[in-house]
Design a protein around this ligand. Structure first.
Ligand code: F6R
Length: 616
């Protein structure tokens, strides 16, 4: 994971790098650091913990440098301490590197460099990259018999640096997006990318690098998503990109407009709260965008002829949205759907061919596991369709068709509004598929929009108050449901566990008695989701089983006359059975949010997690 930025222009670089980094902190917050060049010399400043620690250490300093790189870390190699924080430098202070990704063969390179006398200062694979690049630069230098000169006083040409960088990336295996400053070159940042995201942003008389486009909001308005294997450099008025044969690449910028208020907290204390409240507008915006851009019509109907087979692949919350799509497609269209966690799909030798249509769901469009499945599907000749939320993401650039979700920037690590946007996009796709397959379905996008509009002000913050106080110190909470309700329970449990650190487990209600009921006693809390009218009695039976063991059942349901059978009921709107996911998720998300804040945790930045999981 990790977030990286780079700035070169006429303004002071460090404050800009810090500002851009603040929008990337969701990618990791174990440590943060910047490197800048002043009078040809490289300086670094790093702090352990959140970005605010780095910010406080720099806030009273005026650093006269207009070229800076920055990093916010999610630790992979080496504990989160200052030595392991980025930027990493080589032992001669020739260059500084910020990196997102994993250099898989770092250890063998490191041993090789140690044998050649290179001294290491950290446990990171990034330092290995920095040392190797410096070694490759200097090896060239030695060859040119200039080895008596102190290395950090030599001015390398950009051509020499690019050649050494190309050699370095050929030697490194794995995923990387790197930004590099080199001593002696004041106004230039070098970069290279493979599998981890990296964007070039262009502003007036200034250029940027960043892990994603929202990080450059208010700074750049034209973007280029660097492709795997590309490398080059940015200057304030010049962008140079090469392919791995060191041939010049002509790049085309994409104009993307993001409004400032989309990434500000506004009246809210936390992004997660703001984003839960934006659920309804995400649904509406997604449907409007899909209709306006006619994106579904670009998917040729012929791919759904004859022997087509459908696959859905995603991770986490996106997978939970996919589970609902699978349920509706099978239930309504009677078309079988294979669904897999991306991390499982890629290693199970999936059965794919030219008749396969693979749907990939990803908020970020950068999740490493999902991306590798896209590549696999492409190799097998399958048609690939991505449902993504971040424009210019890597996934968008490699799939055959993109169905954009319109959630706008999602900052909180736990996904909320993007889940609803994914559902809206998937339902729109199902509606389109029904037309192609000439099948009838009992919903349409207009109904979903109306429902989102009608219930957008539904507020669960007050009704959950008592429950939150009661469950916040629990060690374990179970979630149950049947059919679609089980799929909602899965997402409700994921939300609560990831930001409250309470162990939460979702079960199909009917499965309870096949094992897990053994764990239920009179201290247990169980959240039961019941939105499907044909399953009221069945789920109620399971609630009775729980009641008999003393469990306290919190029921999320629109149905009346159930209150007497449960500890507490949270009423949700009563809508078409197929559309309940659009109204049942808000109380589950709100419950998770409220438990997290009642425990004085930071719901936007849960421990050990990052928003974009760009490592396997
Ligand atoms: C949970 C959450 C994660 C993501 C998962 C996939 O709240 O946010 O489970 O859903 O990491 O991320 P994307 O959708 O970016 O591929």
């Amino acid at each position: 994971m990790c977030g990286i930025v780079g700035y070169v222009g006429d303004r002071l670089g460090v404050p800009i790098a810090l500002k851009c980094l603040s929008a990337l902190e969701y990618r990791g917050y174990d440590s943060a650091g910047v490197a800048y060049i002043d009078n040809g010399k490289i300086y670094t400043e790093k702090r352990v913990g959140k970005l605010v620690n780095l910010y406080n250490s720099l806030k009273n300093k005026i650093i006269p440098s207009s070229c800076a790189i920055g990093h916010t870390r999610w630790a992979t190699h080496g504990e989160p301490n200052k030595n392991n924080a980025h930027p990493q430098t080589d032992c001669n202070g020739i260059l500084a590197v910020v990196h997102n990704g994993i250099i898989e063969n770092f250890d063998s390179i490191k041993q090789d460099l140690i044998a050649k006398g290179v001294k290491f200062n950290s446990d990171t694979d990034t330092e290995v990259f920095a040392q190797l690049l410096a070694y490759n630069l200097c090896a060239k230098l030695m060859h040119n018999t200039m080895h008596n000169t102190a290395h950090n006083t030599i001015k390398f040409s950009k051509k020499t640096i690019i050649k050494a960088l190309n050699k370095t990336i050929q030697q490194c295996e794995g995923a990387y997006a790197v930004a590099i400053v080199v001593a002696g070159i004041d106004d230039c940042i070098f970069f290279a990318k493979n599998k981890s995201p990296l964007i070039i942003g262009k502003g007036e008389e200034e250029s940027y690098l960043a892990s994603d486009t929202p990080a450059l909001l208010g700074f750049a308005n034209k973007f280029y998503s660097i492709k795997d294997g590309e490398l080059g450099y940015i200057e304030k008025n010049k962008i140079v990109v090469f392919n791995d044969n060191l041939e010049n690449v002509k790049i085309k910028f994409q104009q993307i407009t993001i409004k400032t208020e989309q990434v500000m907290l506004g009246e809210f204390k936390h992004f997660m709260h703001k984003e839960i409240e934006q659920g309804a507008s995400s649904i509406i915006e997604t449907i409007d965008r899909i209709k306006k851009l006619k994106v579904l019509q670009k998917i040729p109907p012929k791919i759904f002829e004859d022997k087509f087979n459908l696959h859905i692949t995603a991770c986490g919350t996106a997978l939970h949205a996919g589970l609902i799509a699978k349920y509706i497609i099978e239930n309504q269209l009677r078309v079988p759907v294979d669904l897999d966690y991306a991390s499982e799909f890629r290693y199970k030798k999936p059965i794919l061919d030219a008749h396969s249509v693979c749907l990939f769901i990803s908020q970020s469009g950068e999740t490493a596991d999902t991306l590798s499945c896209v590549e696999l599907a492409k190799q097998k000749g399958a048609t690939t369709i991505a449902f993504t939320n971040v424009p210019a993401s890597r996934m968008e650039s490699i799939v055959d068709f993109v169905v954009p979700t319109g959630a706008g920037p999602e900052i909180a690590v736990a996904s909320t509004k993007a889940y609803l946007a994914q559902l809206a996009a998937l339902y729109a796709f199902i509606e389109y598929l029904a037309i192609i397959l000439k099948k009838e379905i009992k919903f349409n996008c207009g109904m979903i929009k109306n429902l989102a509009l009608k219930y957008s002000h539904q507020d669960y913050t007050k009704v959950l108050d008592d429950i939150v106080e009661e469950i916040k110190n629990e060690e374990s909470i179970y979630f149950i449901g049947r059919g679609v309700d089980y799929l909602l329970a899965l997402e409700g449990a994921l939300k609560l566990k990831e930001i409250s650190y309470i162990h939460c487990e979702a079960l199909p209600a009917g499965e309870l008695k096949h094992g897990s009921l053994a764990l239920i006693n009179n201290n247990s809390f169980v959240v039961a989701v019941l939105t499907q009218s044909n399953l009221i009695e069945k789920t109620l039976n399971n609630i009775h089983e729980l009641n008999s063991r003393g469990a306290k059942v919190i029921l999320i349901s629109p149905f009346t006359n159930l209150e007497n059978f449960v500890y507490k009921q949270i009423y949700i709107p009563n809508v078409n059975d197929l559309l309940t996911p659009f109204v049942a998720m808000k109380p589950l998300q709100t419950l998770a949010y409220k438990v997290s804040i009642s425990k004085n945790l930071d719901p936007d930045k849960p421990r050990n997690l990052a928003k974009s999981v760009t490592v396997e």
